[in-house]
Design a protein around this ligand. Structure first.
Ligand SMILES: [Cu+2]
Length: 178
């Protein structure tokens, strides 16, 4: 309801029109109220999700380790993993990725198969259904990242680097879902 319209109706100075005016005003007010409530609802849910999201920043090292080997999460929690690589070696010699595997995965077998697939960033295409989340390969100076939801089922989930030789040398970590 614009002010002009309000003035116009009042100016008619009729009881009937005035009543209509009040009704219209009420209607528009309830619409405004709903809009405001919806806006607050959006703000609140957005901030809850923002608080709940987890950011994990780690490095893959020349010593073939993840700088973060333990991640804790709540069931279904949103997690972003950023994996950096500060190596001075060439990417073909020292790259890293982050591959989080399902509980049922035979990790050794997955790693062995994946090292055979440089064309697919060292991920075995036939075993992709065993992956919860993974990044591309980060060469020296690079960073890769992935955002995913932690499994809902509590337990321990293994993550590895599938660059040839890295997992077998100990490049792995555990995501614990509480
Ligand atoms: Cu690696």
């Amino acid at each position: 309801m614009t002010l002009l319209k309000f003035v116009e109706i009042v100016a008619i100075d009729s009881g009937f029109n005035f009543k209509i005016n009040i009704m219209k005003n009420l209607k528009s007010n309830s619409k405004t109220t709903v809009t405001i409530l919806f806006f607050f609802f959006l703000c609140i849910t957005t901030s809850i999700f923002a608080q709940n999201a987890k950011m994990i920043e780690m490095k893959g090292t020349d010593q073939l380790r993840f700088s973060v080997e333990n991640i804790e999460a709540t069931s279904g929690q949103k997690i972003t993993v950023k994996l950096g690589n500060d190596s001075k070696f060439q990417a073909s010699a020292m790259s890293h990725n982050f591959v989080l595997l399902k509980k049922s995965t035979d990790v050794e077998a997955f790693d062995k198969a994946s090292t055979q697939h440089p064309e697919n960033d060292y991920i075995a295409p036939e075993l992709e259904d065993q992956i919860i989340a993974y990044t591309g390969m980060a060469g020296g100076g690079g960073t890769v990242e992935v955002t995913f939801n932690a499994p809902t089922k509590p337990g321990k989930y293994t993550y590895i680097c599938t660059f040839p030789g890295h997992f077998s040398a100990g490049m792995k970590g555990v995501l614990t879902v509480k």
